[in-house]
Design a protein around this ligand. Structure first.
Ligand SMILES: O=C(O)CCC(=O)C(=O)O
Ligand SMILES: [Fe+2]
Length: 491
């Protein structure tokens, strides 16, 4: 078995007499990830990008048997079918498969496949699943050439700052001190902007930091993507992980779980200009509309539009977020949308998108970007695309709402995209009918004008369809202000 000796390199330890079946010798294995002065660009096992194979005189994949003949991404995909035991065994067969079978993304997939909320975070997914802190032997794999292994490492370690500086002048998201309801309705409900003042008066802005949250809510479970973890476990994860796309705490039940009061004199209060919210008419049946968001650097949200054609505000309590946004009609570079907009495909990780498409995006007309810092709140108008990345560990609250100016969009969405409507309790069979009933009851005039706009639009579309039949002409692009620029009436 292995005996351990200190080496000349400070902080690292070499294993002696390790029996690894491909002939790895003691000098092939180094313990400890921290080697002072080592370039961040170097993969911990020395794995290099695929292109290096072209000029290489050695290639570890030649000793990987059948696996060595498959594309590296397919090897990773196949390994996702294995369990812990099989992965451990495979990792002992040769250096190349050691690198693949210890790749932490595989262990993350394994953990998330059958997630256990009791899973205690130990720095890597592999250690957490094995229930002990296992420091990975640093088998030298500099003759393994694999983008599938190298790229996630590169993305995890790519600095984000270069993407956030030198924002072209016309791309800047405007910053305002505060806005009244009337100013918002008259000029701003279609534009992203940042308010710099109102959040600074919130109790949670004064109170919330990692320490205090842990003290008060450390044992409360919150939702982080597919996992329900205690806040204390999530914070352990947040402060010590190497995931390319870290799990993001995004909890819709935080107000109840934390026993918060919302409103004047409460823990927080929506800024005045966002107070008008017609989905409030749905009362306890309104779809999910507020979330606590916590995440480390690199965590964030890939490109999406907010649900049910709602608008949103996003208030940063701690940390900072970089936002890049596009209006409804401009699909961001690198994002592919199905005709009915029900499916959005884009690179899996935010950093991958930034590395590949950011430069082009910045030059795309309509692009708008900026950083939202602590105490600031950003407005996302209905229908706008946005990608958000945390530049440092961040705590935020977001809330979705329907201002009068986007009521048409929300109604049209509920009516014409029932398969894409989200966040309602499953007992609500017909969100559209429920909302229209409530609207008619509370605001008969508004209800009538929405109905009239809808009918006008339908008539116009009949005319266009008839003339298209006659002339084969394309006459899209006109709307009667029903606020539904990209929503086709599909009934
Ligand atoms: O903070 C974030 O990651 C952004 C969340 C988001 O998409 C939103 O608030 O609409
Ligand atoms: Fe969003």
């Amino acid at each position: 078995m292995a005996s351990v000796i200190q080496t000349a390199k400070a902080g690292s330890v070499v294993l002696k007499n390790v029996s690894v079946e491909d002939g790895t010798t003691s000098s092939d294995i180094i313990y400890d990830a921290e080697i002072p002065g080592e370039s961040l660009k170097r993969h911990p096992l020395g794995v290099r990008p695929s292109g290096n194979a072209l000029t290489a005189d050695q290639d570890l994949s030649l000793s990987m048997g059948i696996f060595g003949r498959l594309p590296d991404s397919l090897v990773l995909l196949l390994l996702e079918f294995l369990d812990q035991k099989a992965l451990l065994r495979l990792s002992h067969t040769c250096k190349g498969l050691f690198a693949f079978a210890t790749h932490d993304q595989i262990w993350r997939e394994l953990a998330l496949r059958d997630i256990d909320s009791e899973l205690f975070w130990r720095g890597t997914w592999r250690s957490s699943l094995l229930k002990r802190t296992v420091r990975l032997p640093r088998v030298k794999c500099q003759h393994l050439y694999s983008d599938a292994l190298y790229r996630p490492f590169q993305c995890t370690n790519a600095p984000l700052e270069p993407f956030t500086v030198d924002i072209p002048k016309h791309n800047h998201i405007p910053k305002l001190k505060d806005l009244s309801v009337d100013e918002f309705a008259a000029r701003w409900s279609d534009k992203p902007f940042v308010l710099t003042e109102p959040v600074k008066a919130w109790k949670v802005f004064q109170d919330w930091n990692e320490e205090k949250l842990l003290e008060a809510y450390g044992q409360v479970q919150f939702r982080a993507e597919a996992v329900d973890w205690t806040l204390s476990n999530y914070v352990e994860y947040m402060n010590n992980n190497q995931d390319e796309s870290p799990l993001y705490l995004f909890d819709r039940g935080f107000v109840e779980k934390m026993g918060l009061e919302v409103g004047e004199d409460g823990a927080y209060q929506p800024p005045e200009c966002f107070a008008e919210d017609l989905f409030m008419l749905l009362g306890e049946h309104r779809p999910d509309h507020r979330w606590l968001i916590i995440g480390p650097e690199r965590s964030g949200s890939t490109f999406h539009k907010d649900p049910n054609a709602t608008s949103a505000w996003n208030a940063v309590i701690r940390g900072s977020k970089y936002w890049i946004m596009f209006p409804n009609s401009v699909t961001p570079p690198g994002v592919y949308v199905s005709d009915d907009q029900s499916e959005v495909t884009s690179p899996l990780s935010i950093t991958e998108w930034l590395l590949t498409f950011h430069e082009e995006a910045r030059q795309t007309p309509g692009c708008i970007e900026g950083i939202c810092g602590p105490g600031e709140v950003l407005h996302v108008p209905s229908g706008w695309w946005h990608l958000v990345v945390n530049l440092e560990p961040a705590i935020a609250i977001t809330q979705n709402f329907v201002p009068k100016s986007h009521l048409g969009s929300a109604i049209n969405f509920l009516k014409n995209k029932p398969d894409q409507v989200s966040g309602f309790q499953s007992t609500i069979q017909n969100p559209y009918a429920l909302f229209m009933d409530r609207l008619q009851e509370a605001h008969p005039d508004l209800y009538e004008s929405m109905q009239a706009a809808s009918q006008k639009k339908r008539k116009w579309e009949d005319v266009v369809a008839a003339s298209d039949d006659d002339e084969g002409a394309d006459r899209g692009g006109f709307s009667f202000g029903f606020g539904d620029d990209d929503l086709e009436d599909e009934d």
